[in-house]
Design a protein around this ligand. Structure first.
Ligand SMILES: [Zn+2]
Ligand SMILES: [Zn+2]
Length: 231
């Protein structure tokens, strides 16, 4: 019986067909949602929505509804036994359907439809607005260095996801790939490559700190937080 329970737990932890593959980053989705919503409301607040391209405003509104529903769906997927979050995700998916002049669907069907819409959005030629602060001109990709020489000079650039003008979230020192630098060393080719995913090492322990000096102007912390000012 124990084996069956374990097998079931493993199945829940790693479904054969994940709903989102790869799983989107919720912080990135929030940035995307914030920007799409801003552009929509900016036009309204200025009071001259009619001077904006109608397709531009419609695309921003739809992207906002899509992204907020995807965030709700991800939260619901992470809590499979919570019917409230599942209902919220379905309602958010149906809000997008309503904006598309489509009939509301039952909960599971609306969420399945939402995931198809998100896939289409990602594969679209213009997932970002033409005035995207990331400089992608709407394409959602920008050309950036991904390989550097050992002296830091960029060697190779390729299309990467546009971050809408935001810096990439940093990796902490416990990242098994880059130890917080964002780049990992390829000894065979003697070059640095971008560290694609923050992979925290659960066994990581920070290096011991130097003993406190007692000098309030010293940069060494005296047992408090690292970023605590000395006064
Ligand atoms: Zn962009
Ligand atoms: Zn890393």
């Amino acid at each position: 019986m124990t084996i069956t329970i374990h097998a079931r737990a493993a199945e829940i932890a790693a479904p054969i067909h994940p709903a989102y593959d790869p799983a989107p980053s919720i912080p990135r989705l929030l940035t995307e949602l914030g920007q799409e919503d801003f552009w929509t409301r900016y036009a309204t607040v200025r009071g001259d929505t009619n001077t904006f391209n109608a397709d531009y405003i419609a695309d921003r509104k739809r992207a906002s509804l899509l992204l907020r529903a995807v965030i709700a769906d991800l939260v619901a997927l992470a809590n499979p036994s919570d019917f409230h979050t599942a209902a919220q995700a379905a309602a958010a998916a149906n809000a997008l359907r309503r904006a598309d002049w489509k009939m509301c669907l039952p909960a599971e069907a609306s969420r399945a439809w939402l995931r198809e819409q998100y896939l289409e959005h990602q594969e679209a030629e213009d997932p970002h607005p033409p005035n995207c602060p990331g400089g992608c001109r709407g394409s959602g990709t920008v050309i950036e260095p991904v390989i550097w020489q050992s002296d830091g000079v960029p060697l190779h650039a390729e299309p990467v996801d546009c971050l809408r003008g935001e810096e990439a979230d940093p990796h902490a020192a416990d990242c098994t790939g880059c130890h917080g630098t964002g780049r990992k060393y390829d000894a065979e080719h003697r070059e640095y490559q971008v560290c694609g995913y923050y992979t925290p090492d659960p066994a990581y322990e920070p290096a011991p700190r130097p003993a406190a000096s007692g000098d309030p102007w010293s940069s060494s912390p005296q047992g408090g937080y690292d970023d605590e000012p000395p006064f």
